[in-house]
Design a protein around this ligand. Structure first.
Ligand SMILES: [Fe+2]
Length: 294
């Protein structure tokens, strides 16, 4: 189940009841139709996006909102959510949090790290950051000119994606080719972010992906991010750093997670390598104290 050869996997035996996933999908789609669809149409009209003639590089064809679960939930304050949807998303987050932690320990096992190592590495002072980005990608007249979501790697740790059971669009880059991650009903797609690439010293890589909006059909995508705490110090696990790489200074950098996120905010749609280089350049300024995690 845990082969990460392709660095992304579709998990079917995740233990989350299928009826529950159906409810999440139904309520998310209802919420989109009732609260967001009209707003998206108005945005498209105001920016003239229906009739673009050249590639758009500064926008995505997506309608989104965010829910934060950890370290402190904001679900009760998010506007326009009906009680049932609010409660279902709270429960969904709890289930995914548990799944993420199980997966982190599976990764530990695969990497020969002690159980709990990755969870600890993410912990910082207040525990991990965990949140959900709920997206819909409405039908797009020019999917080649404006992407549903432009190509990027995720900044954080482990990403658990519950995607539409019918409308495709997610693609990942493998050996220079964009490959579809087709809908598979009731599956959870697992993706790794930049922080796991750093901690594993490149044994696992974050994967570049994008969304192509479809000309027909609205694609639902619920991505939950299990990320380090903002003050967690991220660095390669010492047992995963070969002596030779160390001597050649080919080791991933050490930094505070929130510093990486500040950098990422402006560079999300750029290649990840310059981000790692930039963190390496400021590495010497970090004072490591009692928050070191290993
Ligand atoms: Fe992403």
């Amino acid at each position: 189940m845990m082969s990460l050869d392709s660095q992304i996997l579709q998990l079917v035996s995740h233990g989350i009841p299928t009826e529950f996933l159906d409810t999440v999908e139904r309520l998310t789609k209802e919420h989109y139709r009732q609260c967001l669809e009209q707003r998206f149409k108005e945005l498209v009209a105001s920016k003239g996006l229906e009739a673009v003639k050249t590639e758009v590089n500064d926008m995505d064809w997506e309608s989104t909102f965010y829910l934060r679960h950890l370290p402190k939930s904001n679900i009760s304050e998010v506007p326009d959510l009906e009680d049932q949807y609010r409660n279902v998303m709270k429960e969904f987050a709890l289930k995914l949090e548990k799944l993420a932690e199980q997966l982190l320990d599976l990764l530990c096992e695969n990497l020969g790290l002690e159980q709990g190592y990755l969870k600890k590495a993410f912990y910082g002072t207040n525990g991990p950051t965990f949140g959900t980005k709920v997206s819909n990608y409405p039908p797009c007249p020019n999917p080649e000119l404006i992407k549903g979501l432009r190509a990027h790697t995720d900044a954080g740790g482990l990403i658990l994606l519950f995607q539409d059971d019918k409308v495709s669009g997610l693609q990942l880059l493998k050996d220079g080719q964009w490959i579809d991650v087709p809908p598979m009903r009731h599956s959870i797609v697992i993706n790794l972010g930049d922080q796991l690439e750093v901690i594993t010293n490149g044994k696992y890589k974050s994967v570049e992906h994008r969304v192509i909006a479809q000309t027909d059909g609205t694609r639902m995508s619920i991505a939950s991010f299990y990320n380090p705490g903002s003050d967690a110090v991220i660095y390669p696990a010492p047992t995963l750093v070969e002596k030779e790489a160390e001597e050649k200074n080919q080791v991933y950098p050490k930094f505070v997670f929130e510093d990486y996120m500040k950098l990422y905010a402006g560079l999300k749609f750029q290649p990840k390598e310059p981000r790692f280089e930039a963190m390496k350049a400021v590495e010497t300024n970090i004072s490591l104290g009692p928050i070191a995690t290993a």
